[in-house]
Ligand binder design. Structure first.
Ligand SMILES: Nc1ncnc2c1ncn2[C@@H]1O[C@H](COP(=O)(O)OP(=O)(O)OP(=O)(O)O)[C@@H](O)[C@H]1O
Ligand SMILES: [Mg+2]
Length: 283
């Protein structure tokens, strides 16, 4: 069934259909990726370094086009960046000459949010506060630590209130406590949105197996050489969740260990695309 029809034409859904990609015609980085994400789903992506996770996000962000296959968002082919997709890149991508607050204000302006600059500044301050940077809004990105820059990029992505959030290891540079708080913040915002009928669709790349299980409805496991999806696991822990409720759930350890086992198989190159059919027991 073509993914672009019917169910996957709904606002907020993502469809990746038979997508292959290589940089500048070199070695194939993504190989025949198929992925369908429903509106309001929270999907975690995990896989060894270099398997193409960021590349897949770049294609969905519209920063590059596939060699073959199709990507669409809300049923519309992706042809470039769009206000419907907010992205947290692995390298944060803040304008270095603007204060953190102004980076967010600019994004709000581009998204047509806030009636006047003062209102946009107030929204930016609210989101900076949410990520624990209330006092740092006036600083330039270069005056902040990596984790603080990362949180600024998260605040910017959340502030523009796009229906789709593409996040590339957004919490990778954070200490354990800050990371745990940001996980809960994201879960709360996402769950509140869903309860209010405005659920965001989230594609969340992480290297952290526990984080994938805490946050995701599903975990996509990617293999390498070339990048392929080798598993698509439903997580199955109850919603609404918090980090604490997830890690203390009876099924958490089993789910995490199963995912770890598969990642080990991927790294050892013993789990290829056939694994989907051959070992298709979900978490
Ligand atoms: N701009 C680029 N030009 C050429 N090759 C690239 C470029 N960006 C990435 N690659 C290559 O594409 C492959 C996939 O890279 P990508 O950044 O998507 O991996 P990743 O899964 O996000 O890795 P990590 O977990 O380390 O962030 C790698 O082999 C990388 O060397
Ligand atoms: Mg990456």
């Amino acid at each position: 069934m073509p993914l672009h029809d019917n169910a996957f034409a709904a606002p907020g859904c993502i469809a990746v259909e038979d997508v292959s990609f290589s940089y500048g015609g070199g070695e194939r980085v993504l190989d025949r990726i198929d992925l369908a994400i429903d509106r309001g789903e929270f999907v975690a992506v995990i896989g060894p370094s270099g398997c193409g996770k960021s590349t897949l996000l770049r294609l969905l962000a519209g920063l590059a086009g596939p060699d073959s296959g199709r990507l669409s968002v809300s049923g519309v082919p992706v042809t470039g960046p769009g206000l419907d997709r907010a992205v947290v890149f692995q390298d944060y991508s803040l304008f270095p000459w603007m204060s953190c607050r102004d980076n967010i204000v600019l994004a709000l302006e581009q998204a047509g949010m806030g009636a006047a600059r003062e209102e946009r500044r107030a929204i930016a301050s609210d989101y900076l506060e949410l990520v624990g940077l209330r006092a740092d809004g006036g600083k330039l990105p270069g005056e902040l630590s990596g984790g603080m820059r990362q949180r600024t990029a998260i605040a910017r992505a959340l502030a523009v209130n796009a229906p789709i959030l593409l996040m590339d290891e957004p919490f990778g540079a954070l200490d354990e406590i800050t990371r745990a708080r940001q996980q809960d913040l994201l879960l709360n915002l996402w769950q509140d949105g869903r309860a209010g009928g405005g659920g965001k669709t989230v594609l969340f790349v992480t290297h952290d197996v526990e984080e994938a299980v805490i946050l995701g409805d599903r975990v996509i496991v990617m293999g390498t050489r070339p990048g392929r999806i080798v598993r698509d696991f439903p997580v199955g822990l109850p919603r609404p969740r918090s980090r604490n409720s997830a890690i203390h759930h009876d099924d958490f350890v089993a789910v995490r260990d199963k995912l770890l086992r598969d990642l080990n198989l991927v790294v050892d190159e013993r789990l290829g695309p056939a694994g989907l059919a051959g070992q298709g027991d979900g978490i």
